[in-house]
Design a protein around this ligand. Structure first.
Ligand SMILES: C[S@@+](CC[C@H](N)C(=O)[O-])C[C@H]1O[C@@H](n2cnc3c(N)ncnc32)[C@H](O)[C@@H]1O
Length: 270
């Protein structure tokens, strides 16, 4: 079932631009982080790494296993995971600019032999069936124009017993006013809808974490950080674009925990 109607090239264009900003001003991540409370002084990078660990820990990775990072941005998390868990990571992204940056970042890292990056679309993966031990998709599937097809691809390339973990900003109920983050994205879904989508694709959902902390605390950190770098952003991108980002952030982070939760799901292929 094809649900939405956008061209993958448009999504690639969006991330070609977004990753330049994330790399230079947001520690190389285009997603949420984990802070415990208002007194937690962890940096943006540390917050993002903490969240990476929380999500990847649900996979129970063993050293030497193979992991697909589906929608890998410019490779920051893939490289972190390869070092921390001793696994072989293949990162794919629909943005050729991100894939090139990820290769450069990998070459300069201590895990250059354990990571590889490709431009690719998770709706039609280039890997054979039963190829990976595990898959992770950090805030990436909200871009799927056909979620059923993307999950069928995850199922195909995972070996039997393989695990997949995803993280997404999620509605607490269908009545939540949480909006799409940008036009080429899906409507945010509840945890129950995500679980149904995974079960329909043949997975058994083994773990579900819903954090109240992630969205609320990321909103505060990212907004504070944005104001610190807004002068530099104005110099580089102009006042109009900087104001657009400010408005976008206000819009993205104005809801409370009654409406928004951060969802981590881990499922297994039988
Ligand atoms: C919000 S960013 C998250 C990036 C990264 N996972 C992180 O944690 O920083 C979404 C990522 O999904 C990728 N993406 C979107 N649609 C995709 C598709 N159809 N196939 C592969 N990657 C895709 C984008 O290029 C981008 O890298």
């Amino acid at each position: 079932m094809s649900e939405l109607n956008w061209n993958p090239a448009e999504v690639a264009d969006f991330y070609d631009g977004a990753s330049a900003l994330a790399d230079k001003y947001f520690g190389g991540y285009q997603r949420q982080g984990y802070w415990y409370d208002d007194n937690d002084e962890a940096s943006l990078e540390v917050g993002a790494e903490r969240l990476t660990r929380k999500i990847v820990d649900t996979l129970g990775l063993r050293r030497g296993e193979s992991l697909l990072d589906a929608g890998c941005g410019s490779g920051t998390a893939s490289i972190d995971i390869a070092g921390a868990y001793g696994v072989e990571v293949t990162g794919i992204t629909i943005s050729p600019v991100e894939a090139a940056k990820a290769r450069t970042r990998a070459a300069a890292s201590e895990v250059s032999g354990q990571v590889r990056f490709e431009t690719g679309d998770y709706h039609c993966l280039s890997f054979p069936e039963n190829h990976f031990d595990a898959i992770v998709a950090f805030e990436s599937l909200f871009n799927a124009f056909d979620l059923e097809k993307a999950l069928a691809e995850f199922h195909r390339v995972l070996r039997p017993g393989g695990r997949v973990a995803i993280s997404e900003i999620s509605k607490t109920t269908d009545a939540s006013p949480l909006k799409k983050p940008f036009p080429l994205a899906r409507e945010p879904m509840t945890a129950e809808s995500w679980i149904k989508a995974f079960e329909s694709a043949g997975f058994v959902v083994e773990e579900r974490i819903q954090s109240r902390r992630v969205y609320v605390n990321t909103g505060k950190r990212h907004t504070e950080h944005f104001e610190k770098v807004s002068g530099l952003l104005t110099e580089e991108f102009g006042a109009e674009m900087t104001e657009g980002i400010r408005q976008g952030m206000r819009e993205a982070f104005h809801l409370g925990p009654e409406d928004v939760t951060y969802l981590i799901l881990c499922a297994r292929k039988q």
